[in-house]
Design a protein. Structure first.
Length: 91
């Protein structure tokens, strides 16, 4: 997974709201995060979107949500929520 542009340590990663441990749950390599377990791809379904729009009812997605807390180039704390995770083709 690509880190946000300009991300600097400290980097804290959450998957589905649970803090992950660097070196156990993920590693940082250059400008990428590599997870030790396979993350689930979010599934966007037409009916989920239709129900949310027409009835105003939220439906929980079955995929993993990744949030990254980091410091930007100017030293300000930042949060990237629902970060896009790249999946190998065919997964």
């Amino acid at each position: 997974m690509q880190l946000p542009a300009g991300a600097r340590p400290p980097i804290v990663v959450y998957v589905n709201g649970t803090e992950q441990v660097e070196g156990v749950d993920y590693t940082v390599g250059g400008d990428e995060l590599r997870f030790s377990r396979l993350l689930r791809r979010p599934r966007e379904r037409f009916w989920h979107r239709a129900v949310q729009t027409l009835a105003g009812i939220g439906i929980y997605n079955q995929g993993d949500a990744v949030d990254v807390h980091y410091v930007d180039r100017d030293g300000r704390p930042q949060v990237a929520s629902q970060v896009a995770v790249r999946f190998p083709s065919g997964s």
